[in-house]
Design a protein around this ligand. Sequence first.
Ligand code: FA5
Length: 339
Amino acid sequence: MKKIKDTIEKIEKSCMQSCSKAKTADELEQIRVEYLGRNGKIAELMSTLKNCSLEEKRELGPLLNTLKTLLQETYETHKKRIDAKSITKQLFDVTAYRPHQLRGSTHIYTQLIHELSTIFISMGYTVADGPEVETEYYNFTTLNIPEDHPARDSHDTFWLCSPDRLLRTHTSSVQAHEMEKTTPPLAVFAPGRAYRSEATDATHDFMFTQGEILLINTDVSISNLLATAQEFLQAFFGKNDLKIRVRPGYFPFVEPGLEIDGSCPFCTTGCAICKKTGWIELLGSGLVHPKVLQYSGIDPEKYSGFALGFGIERLAMIKYGINDIRLFHSSNISFMNQF
Ligand code: FA5
């Protein structure tokens, strides 16, 4: 009897030690078989009971049952420990990294907006944001495009089901929001998405990004506008000798309205990009119309300003030689990997 009790104690100790040393599921399984298996140490002890007296059986039986339950629980606890470790290893195995796997990076849209923001911030502008779901008032009316004005038709607007709501057709809609928020002087760069219900082709998309520049102060003149346009284009194309030229343009919210072309950044005598003209159409611009200032409560007798707008994809297409605007949101990995 004493011998059996000693054996019970020894088995308990050695099984628990072995379980806590086990590192793999296989090692633990071997321990389970050794102690709890059909021919294991517990079964062996149970079989010795048949040679004991009834009294001994009454005392040893419950002891053996307690031992069996304890070892079973010890085994379960260590199984959970080993399983959890192997899952963690699968999730965080740093050795799983192999060279040449695809790595994430910022999208070209993000890179362009960051690059443009850096240029304008260095020129003293702040970066502004505005809603893409807009009202007629901010997208058209405050920009001197009243109802029934033919300029509304040229914008191919996506009207939403909610009354008076549309997807903004240009980032000029940010102008009035900014003028209402801040008293002049004011200098903002507003990049963001614009939407037009147009058939798509290599240079037109139904969703594209624009950048809008608005500067309001006392005594703002066309010279300020032209100097800003030239400095911006030189910084963006990385060409200190890039020149600009001006043509008349019509936008109801500026007077006079100007189209600004840049000298071709790729040639001096004419190439395929500038269609052999040496010039590329780059920006729409002009001095802010007095009515636009009045809509936002700014006195046009005291303040003047200029606004300038451009298609961000179109500028990037010229800079990087991209031949189809639809690539920008195509999820085409070979295209994305170039940037
Ligand atoms: C405007 O949107 C004016 N808000 C720009 C402006 C701002 C003028 C401030 C004066 C003062 P426009 O419709 O021309 O103008 O568009 C400006 C630029 O957006 C275009 O030159 C072109 O680069 C880009 N753009 C216009 N429509 C699309 C389109 N469907 N897909 C891609 N880019 C487009």
